[in-house]
Design a binder for this molecule. Sequence first.
Ligand code: DX5
Ligand code: ZN
Length: 216
Amino acid sequence: MNDLRISPSVLAADFACLGDQLQSVANADLLHIDMMDGHFVPNLSFGPLIAEAAARSSDLPLDVHLMVDNPEQYIEEVASLHPAFITVHYETTVHLHRILSLIRSLGAGAGVSLNPHTPVGWLHPILDQVDLILIMSVNPGFGGQEFIPASIDKIRQARELVGQRPIAIEVDGGISIDNTPALVTAGASILVAGSSIFRAKEPQAYIEAMRRAVRS
Ligand code: DX5
Ligand code: ZN
């Protein structure tokens, strides 16, 4: 069994009381920050300003997910928040090797995210540059969507592809305690969950229950 990390998605938090909301998930392992530009995805969320406020209100390492065109433009500013990972979408750049190298050179882990239609095998030539593979299990852009079942097979493929390399396999979208065991069995090591965690009565207890679901 892989060591499981849970990364609550701030997108599902109540921004009117962000500080309290972030304290309510303080027992998580990472804090997932969804930046959206209204171009790559049909929605706007927030940029580095809110991410910086979140970083100040939480001790959790940041897990930044850039759903933006021209991600090159934002890497330096985002890296100044000292995140654990910066993840860009495979579909948003023709210079993936360059951007992953830049992320690493700025001290963050380099992540690549794949839309539901993007084949896992396309990462093969670039694996030495990658610290994290993010399998999107919904179409990126919105929280609260239904999990796409074919994602399980992509997680298995990613696990097989990385072999012994120290690359995290993250899954994002439609994740709750119900599908947690299947995702981890398939090979996921980081689970992103927005609605299920922030809508739980007690988010910390929910996170603990996700961990228990995997152990049992
Ligand atoms: C979707 C985002 C997700 C989203 C997940 O584009 O990347 O991180 O917040 O939300 P839930 O867990 O509600 O599907
Ligand atoms: Zn995300």
